[in-house]
Design a protein around this ligand. Structure first.
Ligand SMILES: Nc1ncnc2c1ncn2[C@@H]1O[C@H](COP(=O)(O)OP(=O)(O)O)[C@@H](O)[C@H]1O
Ligand SMILES: [Mg+2]
Length: 240
């Protein structure tokens, strides 16, 4: 999988939100896009998901332009967006079923991914019966059930309490190491980006202001000097 974002621009009603964004994501990479609220992160993710089209520039996967949403790009939103009237397992089985699997086969796939996210025992619950963190786990299982090459995650843990968020970050890294998809993860938390990413793109004023290659081994220790040093460099970049 090779995703290329090449000189992409996007405006809403004449207001330019993204100007000249370029970067790439390769197989198995974990990339974070970090920036203040309103800087255009979700717009960028929606372009890559195929929900929006760029005004200028292009986005390609393995050389082919993105024309619309695809099962090869799984999306996880901040709000879990589960179907409230479906059981957990049927929320996860929905994608495989739409893709033509029969019901039992789709449920088999759903069970596999519910197990991976630690929710096999909640298969028959309704989404309303789950905590926020558990709903996000279902959202991840649902995205994975279509066997995507890349996971696009838009502040997926942004609404969770601090402890749950830390746990979900660890869980996501575990899943990423097991399945090795590429991940494009959006966040406005510097700590979160530094805990997760191979590479951090810092967005500012609709542009990629700076790219940080993070070669610290995982799990990363927030108290280490090199971690703290990166936090202050990125903080400075974002406040300048
Ligand atoms: N559909 C839309 N129509 C008009 N303006 C929009 C729309 N979506 C987002 N915007 C504006 O574009 C800017 C970037 O939004 P967004 O991509 O959601 O940023 P982020 O995800 O970084 O918070 C914001 O100023 C937002 O108000
Ligand atoms: Mg957003």
């Amino acid at each position: 999988m090779h995703l290329v974002v090449d000189q992409v621009e996007k405006s809403y009603e004449g207001k330019k939100v993204l100007r000249n964004i370029s970067f790439h994501v390769d197989s198995h990479e974990f990339i974070c896009i970090l920036g203040h609220s309103g800087c255009g992160k979700s717009t960028l993710l929606n372009l890559i998901a195929g929900f929006l089209q760029p005004d200028r520039g292009k986005i390609t996967v393995n050389g082919e332009s993105i024309k619309g949403p695809s099962k090869s790009r799984g999306v996880v939103f901040q709000e879990h967006a589960l179907f409230p009237w479906f059981k957990v397992i049927d929320n996860v089985a929905f994608g495989p079923e739409v893709q033509g699997r029969d019901k039992e086969e789709a449920r088999e796939i759903a069970r596999k991914y519910l197990k991976l996210v630690g929710l096999e025992e909640y298969a028959d619950h309704q989404p309303d019966q789950l905590s926020g963190g558990m709903k996000q786990r279902v959202g991840i299982a649902r995205a994975l059930a279509s066997d995507p090459d890349i996971l696009l995650m838009d502040e997926p843990f942004g609404a969770l309490d601090v402890l749950t968020r830390d746990l979900m970050q660890k869980e996501l890294l575990r899943i990423w190491l097991e399945l090795r998809p590429s991940v494009l993860f959006i966040t406005h938390s510097i700590n979160e980006a530094l805990s997760l990413a191979d590479r951090i793109l810092v967005m500012k004023h609709g542009e990629v202001a700076e790219v940080f290659e993070i070669d610290m081994e995982r799990p990363r220790d927030k108290h280490r000097a090199d971690f703290a040093d990166l936090v202050s460099r990125i903080e400075k970049l974002l406040t300048d």
